[in-house]
Design a protein around this ligand. Structure first.
Ligand SMILES: Nc1ncnc2c1ncn2[C@@H]1O[C@H](COP(=O)(O)OP(=O)(O)OP(=O)(O)O)[C@@H](O)[C@H]1O
Ligand SMILES: [Mg+2]
Length: 318
């Protein structure tokens, strides 16, 4: 039998002064997350990772009906590709750049003197050729640059670590996390059908997993004053749906998935064409793997072996 701690840490789902602390501390006490010294950065414990892996398999099975191409991306991609996406214009506060030391012995000695003198040594670094990946499908589009797709377009199954500079006490707002994405490139109708299919499929899967999810029209956190207009347009055109569920707060449920229609933004940036020569439209569903695990641990308890049988069956957790 499992100890009652599994559920004690999961109730109530309500807001209080410190909405994030109790759940974060419970996750750490159960060694599901191991803090790494910076807000929003964790190692994953064995049971946490097991749940992520098993959900990932459920996603694979759901995606297999379409026989997508599979691509797994490293957590960095080319800076020259990053700057051709609109991320630097729309979300500059979230980006992550990789710097390195490129000097010789003399400069190295100067850097170490600063380090030992507790001065800013980081100013001696220079930007490398790579940036951290800020969204699951971003590294895909440059690989399709200046191509004309076969009739029916493309379906791609991607996964990778995503960096967003949004340090937080919320255990569900990490700086590095995984997105499992199914991406569609094709006509406007193909992209929209994909987005709508996965919205319904996602709701169905989470329902089977016993999560009280809802779908909501959402917007991305466009930066600055100009961003207000972009947020309003995104909402008005219903380009982004989120599947949300209470994790640390019922008042502010957390997005565990999003289903996005990008219009021809990426097709135009990278010269991707449909078979009849039109600029490709794209859409993606992004499953936030850590947030899904955190929602499951929140709603069913911190020990997965005590979860309801149906949930364990769907995840094939035995
Ligand atoms: N900081 C984060 N930590 C963990 N998972 C995240 C984080 N940001 C996004 N995700 C996950 O990735 C999915 C797809 O990313 P998307 O860009 O749509 O999220 P988002 O709109 O930025 O989410 P939020 O509104 O909570 O910031 C989200 O639905 C979520 O599950
Ligand atoms: Mg966000």
């Amino acid at each position: 039998m499992n100890a009652p701690v599994a559920h004690a840490a999961c109730t109530p789902l309500s807001s209080s002064e410190d909405v994030y602390g109790p759940y974060r501390e419970a996750l750490i006490a159960e060694k599901l997350l191991i803090p790494l010294g910076v807000r929003g950065l964790y190692a994953r414990g064995g049971d946490f990772e097991k749940v992520v892996e098993h959900f990932d398999r459920v996603a694979t099975e759901a995606g297999n009906v379409f026989q997508p191409e599979v691509m797994r991306f490293p957590p960095v991609f080319a800076r020259k590709h990053y700057t051709r996406l609109s991320h630097i214009r729309n979300f500059p506060d979230l980006m992550g750049s990789v710097d390195s030391f490129m000097g010789a012995d003399k400069e190295h000695r100067a850097l170490l003197a600063k380090l030992d003198g507790e001065q800013r040594w980081e100013d001696d670094l220079v930007p490398s050729e790579v940036m951290l990946v800020p969204a699951g499908c971003y590294p895909l589009y440059p690989t399709a640059e200046n191509t004309t797709m076969a009739p029916g377009g493309r379906r791609v199954d991607t996964e990778g670590f995503i960096f967003r500079h949004e340090p937080s006490d919320d255990p569900a707002r990490m700086q590095l996390f995984r997105q499992r994405e199914f991406v569609r490139l094709g006509t406007p109708q193909e992209a929209l059908d994909h987005r709508d299919y996965w919205l319904a499929k996602g709701l169905q899967i989470f329902g089977l997993l016993g999560l009280p999810v809802e779908k909501v029209v959402a917007n991305d956190p466009f930066f600055g004053r100009g961003g207000k207009v972009q947020k309003a347009m995104q909402i008005e055109q219903v380009l982004k749906w989120e599947i949300v569920v209470p994790i640390c707060s019922t008042e502010k449920p957390t997005a565990i998935s999003s289903c996005n229609y990008h219009l021809d933004t990426f097709g135009a940036s990278f010269g991707i064409k449909t078979a009849d020569g039109e600029v490709a439209h794209t859409a993606c569903v992004g499953f936030g793997l850590e947030r899904i695990a955190l929602a499951l641990f929140k709603h069913h308890g911190l020990r997965y072996r005590a979860w309801p049988q149906q949930v364990r069956d769907v995840l094939e957790l035995g």
